[in-house]
Design a protein around this ligand. Sequence first.
Ligand code: NAD
Length: 342
Amino acid sequence: MKKILVTGGAGFIGSNLIRMMLSEHEGYEVVNLDVLSYSGNLENLTGCEGDPRYSFIKGDVSEPDTAASAIEGCDAVLHLAAESHVDRSITGPRPFVVANTLGTQTLLEAWRQAQGGEGAPFVYISTDEVYGSLPLENPEVRFTEDSPIVPSSVYSASKAAGDHLAHAYHHTYGMDVRITRCSNNFGPYQFPEKVIPLFVTNLMEGRKVPLYGDGLNVRDWIHVDDHARGILATLERGKAGEVYNLGSDNERSNLELTHMILDIMGTGKDMIEHVEDRLGHDRRYAIDSSKAQRELGWQAERSAWPDGLEKTVQWYRDNEEWWRRVKSGAYREYYEKQYGVR
Ligand SMILES: NC(=O)c1ccc[n+]([C@@H]2O[C@H](COP(=O)([O-])OP(=O)(O)OC[C@H]3O[C@@H](n4cnc5c(N)ncnc54)[C@H](O)[C@@H]3O)[C@@H](O)[C@H]2O)c1
């Protein structure tokens, strides 16, 4: 049995990852370290609490003592804890640097102190956003692991600083640090400030969907289960010091995505509310994941559209109680301020 520390396990990707580790892999024991920020929700892990292979610690990765005690006895770290929403990093940058940059350094240092030398694997869950933005004009160009790191939002810059620290801990101390850079995730339990659950739940409430700018920004959409499988493949078959891009060749403009959601929900284009573009909005992300295919034997399997999107929309339809609770209170205030619409 391997004891794995998962940070940020009460969030969207972390909770799906933990559920997969417990249900599809008998050999993992999971310790979930999560501060339970606005997007951390233990309801995302309903059903896991009773599993003897699961335990939860409420705590902050950027606190050295918390990090040190959480990693005690662990055989590996999957580090996902982060402030994750670009819009929030525009209105309030500081928490991103604390959680994403200082938090990553604190956890790396705790792991170094505990392990000494090369030690056991530390997988840092980064993002394709660290590569910055691609122009729309060259659709054949995609990010590889060797593309320059030129992040353009505070979110991606604070994550990229984590990439650099992870690399530095490998280079300087010889630690077994591995990095994944995945594209945009969709699936169950995503906090409804992110575009897919935001649009679906707005439509269920009879509200319009706020589409940024001209809607032509392109993202590569991957199912959260494929991301989780990629993280586990990196843990099981990845190599120290290596970076693995994880994507699904499923590039869609926000406009196309919006039209697909409207179609699935059976509503008209009049439900689109065009809002001012996000500051510094990256135009296109596209990712070449051939290295992960070659070296990890991984490829996206559950991400194909329209099927994957339809199933995800259905999940939000079937789990109204979950998102209605999440979407109350402070969420409403933030949403109205962000989009200037009620
Ligand atoms: N969502 C995506 O499309 C995507 C794509 C690629 C990579 N990622 C990365 O995956 C990770 C998880 O993203 P997500 O979408 O699940 O985000 P999320 O916001 O849903 O979850 C983040 C979790 O981290 C916890 N957290 C935040 N700060 C913490 C701290 N200081 N200490 C402990 N816990 C803390 C939160 O409480 C929450 O449970 C992030 O590192 C993100 O950068 C996300």
